[in-house]
Design a protein around this ligand. Sequence first.
Ligand code: M6R
Length: 606
Amino acid sequence: MCGIIGYTGNLDAKEVLLKGLSQLEYRGYDSAGIALEDGKGDVSLYKQVGQVANLKEVCQNAGIPLSHCGIGHTRWATHGGVTEQNAHPHQAGKVTLIHNGIIENYHELTDTYHLQGQLVSETDTEVAAQVIDHFYDGDPLKAIHSALEVLKGSFAFCILFADIPERIYCVRNVSPLVAAMSEQGAFVASDLTALISYSSSYFIVPEYHIMVMEKDHITLLDEQNQPVKPEMLEVNWDVESAQKGGYPFYMLKEIHEQPEAIRKTVLPRIKDGLPDFEQEQIPDSLFRNCQNIAIVACGTAMYAGMVGKALMEPMLRIPVSVNIASEFRYEQPLADEKTLVIVISQSGETIDTLAALRLAKNLGAPVLSVVNVKGSTIARESDYVLYTHAGPEIAVASTKAYAVQLASMYLIACRMSFVRGRYTVQEGKAFIENLLSCVPAIEKILEQTDEIEKAAHHIKAASDTYFIGRGLDYAYSLEGALKLKEISYIHAEAYAAGELKHGTIALIEENTPVVAFATQSHVFQKTISNIREVRARGAYVILITKESAEIPEGICDIHFTVDAKNDQFTGLPTVVILQLLAYYTSLSKGLDVDKPRNLAKSVTVE
Ligand code: M6R
């Protein structure tokens, strides 16, 4: 949700900002803008609607004088349409500012500070700029503190004051900001991807602390304006892992990175053949003492939770619920100290997931989070963290992050079963062997993509598609449908196969694509019957089964198989087929696979 970057130092600020915005573009790409300060306090703005490439073109041809200090923003619109006026940076008096988040009381502030008639955009951000300028009398810290008392909502701000050259002021609440200092200057950004080419150590700007960036140092001040030492962290990604590496799109690269990501996530947690979380300091008592599990997440992460539930309930025989974070946080959830709350998030910054986590903690529940981004807010606020090791995921459509979330569900399910006496050592070891065998099973899929591409060509012409399965297959179908709709804009609905005839089957007509999953032996025949029902109504059926399955003649138009000995482990290879199906469908429609319309990578607003 909006990418922001700020820089002051000895490099060409325009180049640093434009490069950073390209790296942050996955966070939002409705419009982009930069503000450059000329070293004497004069600030010039450059903004463009659309992708960062448009802004780059304008900047390249604008004969912009060299500047060493500036701020940049790539927008995911919340308040106000996609226009140049609404693009950031915004200016009010001496203040130039960029913002990620939402100022909830901006209507009220507009009235209080009589801003009607002065605003040139429809954004909440411009109101924030006006409010800070209102309080500004030459003392930036005082102005920011006064503004913080009246601004409500989430924000990460980078601010230039016209009469204070070469300095950037930053402050945040909820919305993320990371900062780094190198010989080249001081850098701030929404996330690490824009910083890793400049520094291998960084820190997270603490909430409500004011950070003052100067070209040779950064000062961090607490709420009482006392200097505090930032808590430095080491980057665990390399620059290359955040680049395309020869692939046409990040999504394809990330799909291919899944075997490695799974290995990196699973192998360090295996000791004597069993999952072991000693290094993470996750105690067995956490797993032994809980009476139920509540999984909380959004989007793909939530669908990884659906697989977790379908795995864990039969293994553990305790209730496992999967909760949409934006519902959980407002609907008086049933959670207490006996509930193990498992929060899943790639970014570790999703606002609804974070709010749900805070609520769960208030209810007394211990929280274990499964997070990809090191040091993210969700990771820091959880009682325990199991980091996934997918590396940076840039494509908006989540792929490798989902794979490692699934791998983590397997690890947790296995450790819990063992700790609770439901698995013997032998059973636990066999489970982990099966989990590791998913890696070659995925590699096998990645070697045979031609058929998937063919299926995508059939799907691309459709207006509606259906994904059906039972049990674990139903959980996979949810993710498959989400992937297809988000990057191909084709309506895709996941349905429990047995439920179809209670209404939705009315929508099946000649040639409607139905992706059917039948990897679960105990309901195999039932699913086959459901496939017959849609086939009888003309559906074009793409079927996924285990390699060993014997399928009836003529049951489908295209058949994909996954190599899994055990039904519990069909998910990882199956989902890779679904990811590729979505990828090739989007590609064949000529869409921007990595930057689907209306979406942003991390959703840091409600
Ligand atoms: O960063 P998170 O895992 O918390 O993000 C959750 C969802 O926003 C995310 O999975 C989203 O659904 C993806 N675009 C799906 O591909």
